[in-house]
Design a protein around this ligand. Structure first.
Ligand code: PFF
Length: 442
């Protein structure tokens, strides 16, 4: 069977950006900013994205296109030995992330519904209480989790270009427009300027090992790197794509959306007197308040959560595609069987994730509730370690292949080639190792 490929160059960029832009930008980034000292975190994050993030993203795309395989198969055909272990780590990681991502994805469906049915629009509501009541409910979030997983399964069943590519083209631009409109409202709220300052004026004394590790793991999570998603998407690429340029575009879009999302949430946090460090509910607690204070807020609110749902879907689809591609390539399973079985198991993993915010909150493993545990294992352990291994692999083991991929056999100039090589071989691995050691043990 010939391998499926993207329908166009733009199709790949939008799909890769669709994978990167998701809940990580709108749900996770703002609350991490709030928990980790504001602008100092933002600056740390940007530095890490532009160095380690860009290095890793280009490496993954190049590995994937060179091998034309899922992450496990890619390391096997390019080198073999123990290297495919890196691919297995990624396959498992994609699966574990999906197990909680789908729960949060379900929240976006719930909030779309709640905007429309009036739950979030009556005057004088306590949005923090509404949020904690909702996530702690033993049943309601699970129903939405099931719907979100079913949607993900539906798209991945359709395959690469018909399913994944088509939607991204329409939805990504619409989301950007809506974000800009919402910033206009958020920054003009009474008291919003304190939030703008918190967000944009760095106090560098806030930076410590925990903050740097949080920024590093968020860079991996947000860019969808370190677990083979970009290897998988790169494997559906043909030779004419300019990979360094694609990297710049995907990183630009992803970082742009995160920064815009923060510029909505942070001013609202201060205007409404919410604690910046309130945690994973931050976006869901503050945004309904913003909608309430704008004309046509119900429509904007419902539209916003709907678009966030689509952004989340284009990411969850890439999460599921990683293990699915592995099963199809390596175990010769049909796409249909692979998608249904893996989607089913990921749904089951989501159940304890969701319940860990309510009735199972006291059940902890290594001191963490189940959802936090999955988040910790994936973004603070597997992705940085996976990224470190991929950089070493690209820089030391298959550098001639990487050079060929990044320059399309020498036909497109890539001035930063020597810098990239040095980042791959030394700077990125050393920095990741140091940040992990300081943040986890130090
Ligand atoms: N990048 C996605 C987000 O920011 O929401 C999450 C994600 C998708 C992580 C795909 C990893 C991945 F492979």
């Amino acid at each position: 069977m010939t391998r499926e490929h993207w329908g166009s160059r733009l199709g790949f960029i939008l799909a890769a950006a669709g994978s990167a832009v998701g809940l990580g930008n709108v749900w996770k980034f703002p609350y991490l900013v709030g928990q980790n000292g504001g602008a100092a975190f933002v600056v740390t994050y940007l530095v890490l994205v532009l160095t380690i993030g860009a290095t890793g993203m280009l490496a993954e795309m190049a590995i994937g296109r060179a091998a034309q395989k899922n992450p496990v198969g890619a390391f096997a055909v390019l080198k073999g030995g123990l290297w495919p272990v890196t691919g297995y780590l990624g396959v498992i990681c994609g699966f574990l992330i999906l197990g909680f991502y789908s729960v949060i994805g379900g929240w976006t469906i719930a909030y779309t519904v709640k905007m429309v049915d009036g739950t979030l629009t009556a005057p004088g509501l306590d949005f923090a209480a509404i949020f904690s009541g909702f996530v702690a409910d033993p049943l309601e979030p699970l129903v939405y989790h099931a719907v979100f997983m079913a949607l993900t399964v539906g798209v991945v069943l359709k395959g690469v270009s018909a399913g994944i590519e088509r939607w991204n083209k329409i939805l990504m631009p619409t989301l950007l427009v809506l974000l800009v409109v919402l910033i206009g409202r958020a920054v003009t709220l009474d008291g919003a300027m304190a939030g703008v300052e918190f967000y944009l004026k760095p106090d560098f004394s806030k930076i410590n090992a925990d903050v740097v590790l949080a920024a590093l793991s968020q860079a991996f999570f947000s860019l969808s790197i370190g677990m083979g998603a970009m290897i998988t998407y790169g494997s559906y690429l043909t030779r004419d794509q300019n990979l360094p340029r694609s990297t710049v575009m995907v990183i630009g879009l992803d970082t742009g959306v995160a920064i815009l999302a923060g510029l909505i949430v942070m001013p609202a946090v201060f205007a409404f007197g919410v604690t910046p460090g309130a945690g994973p509910g931050l976006t869901f607690i503050t945004l309904p308040g913003v909608f309430q204070q704008m004309p046509g807020g119900t429509v904007f609110g419902a539209g916003f959560f709907l678009l966030l749902l689509f952004a989340a879907l284009t990411s969850s689809v890439s999460l599921l595609e990683v293990p699915v591609a592995y099963l199809i390539d390596e175990l010769k399973v049909s796409r249909r069987t692979a998608v249904l079985v893996l989607g089913g198991i990921a749904f089951l993993i989501g159940i304890p994730s969701s319940l860990s915010l309510g009735i199972w909150a006291d059940f902890k493993v290594f001191g963490l509730p189940f959802l936090d545990l999955l988040d910790f294992i994936t973004s603070k352990l597997i992705m940085p370690v996976g990224g470190l291994l991929m950089c070493l692999f690209a820089g030391w083991v298959v550098w001639p292949v990487m050079r060929r991929e990044a320059t399309n056999d020498g036909s497109v100039p890539f001035a930063l080639l020597p810098v990239w090589n040095w980042l791959l071989k030394v700077v990125a691995p050393a920095a990741i190792a140091w940040i992990l050691i300081q943040g986890l043990i130090g």
